[in-house]
Design a protein. Structure first.
Length: 284
């Protein structure tokens, strides 16, 4: 251990006071102060010596330190310019860490990481969790897995099965690209300041190929989005938001073997795929 353990309340308080850092609500900053949770995240990512890890939002370096101690080569992307000087100090001596100043939604990840394969590990700002996760996955970067701390409500949606209230477009999207599993819950008192919600650590292992085969991926996600756009509506009505005539929707549903009186939340990925393929096969 090159530096004192950052994931402790007194150490975190000292760092914030020394650098006169006030947590930004706008950036969703809640600093982790539980060493056990840091170790749990590192363990969930199954870090091996020399592996490349992309970390998003290192903050004051709490989780970064855990990853570095495990032997990972860490590329940490931090948006808040106030924290760059802090990270120079808290991560001083860790030659296996490189901090990049930028917005993860705009950074050229492939250029910054420069690795044939890498893992993503992050304590994500809750207000922008979904765009970050889906943005990374949809780029089809050479990511092995993502281990992220998210709002528990979001984690439940990511792993939800058809038929429940948590199942939606996010569930389908995540499960199409990955095998997702909630690893453990994280209580509010693990953070400073404690957030008003429970958190969870979720692991998403990237699939070699999507969970279902589709003729047109864009059509697949158009169908998924439309099906959940108005949850209370039947597929006969919800799919009209795609701008497709009702008779064509009825024909596609019939060809797919899906009852148009069902709602989107009851459909498995295979059924969404069947509807999308039937749409593609329609003449005109």
């Amino acid at each position: 251990m090159i530096q004192p353990v950052i994931a402790k309340r007194d150490v975190t308080k000292h760092i914030l006071k020394r650098f006169d850092i006030r947590m930004s609500k706008k950036l969703g900053q809640n600093f982790l102060i539980d060493e056990g949770i840091v170790n749990g995240i590192v363990s969930a990512a199954n870090i091996k010596e020399g592996e490349t890890v992309l970390e998003i939002g290192p903050g004051i370096g709490t989780l970064t330190q855990g990853l570095a101690e495990a032997g990972a080569k860490v590329v940490a992307v931090e948006l808040d310019s106030r924290l760059l000087e802090v990270l120079k100090q808290t991560l001083g001596g860790y030659e296996n860490v490189r901090v990049v100043h930028g917005d993860i939604l705009k950074v050229d990840v492939a250029k910054e990481v420069e690795s044939e394969k890498f893992k993503v590990v992050a304590n994500l700002p809750y207000y922008i969790t979904t765009p970050i996760i889906m943005g990374l996955i949809e780029q089809r970067l050479p990511i092995e897995l993502l281990v992220t701390m998210v709002q528990k409500e979001v984690a439940l949606r990511m792993v939800a099965s058809p038929g429940g209230k948590d199942y939606g477009a996010l569930s389908v999207s995540v499960q199409y690209f990955t095998k997702a599993e909630i690893m453990f819950d994280v209580p509010p008192n693990s953070f400073m300041p404690p957030p008003g919600v429970d958190s969870a650590v979720i692991r998403c292992i990237l699939r070699d190929k999507p969970a279902v085969e589709v003729m047109d991926e864009k059509m697949f996600f158009r169908v998924v989005k439309a099906a959940f756009s108005q949850r209370r509506k039947t597929l006969n009505n919800a799919l009209k938001t795609m701008g497709i005539a009702g008779d064509k929707i009825a024909l596609a549903l019939e060809a797919a073997g899906v009852d148009g009186m069902r709602r989107g939340e009851t459909l498995a990925l295979e059924e969404f795929a069947a509807i999308a393929d039937a749409m593609v096969k329609q003449p005109g």
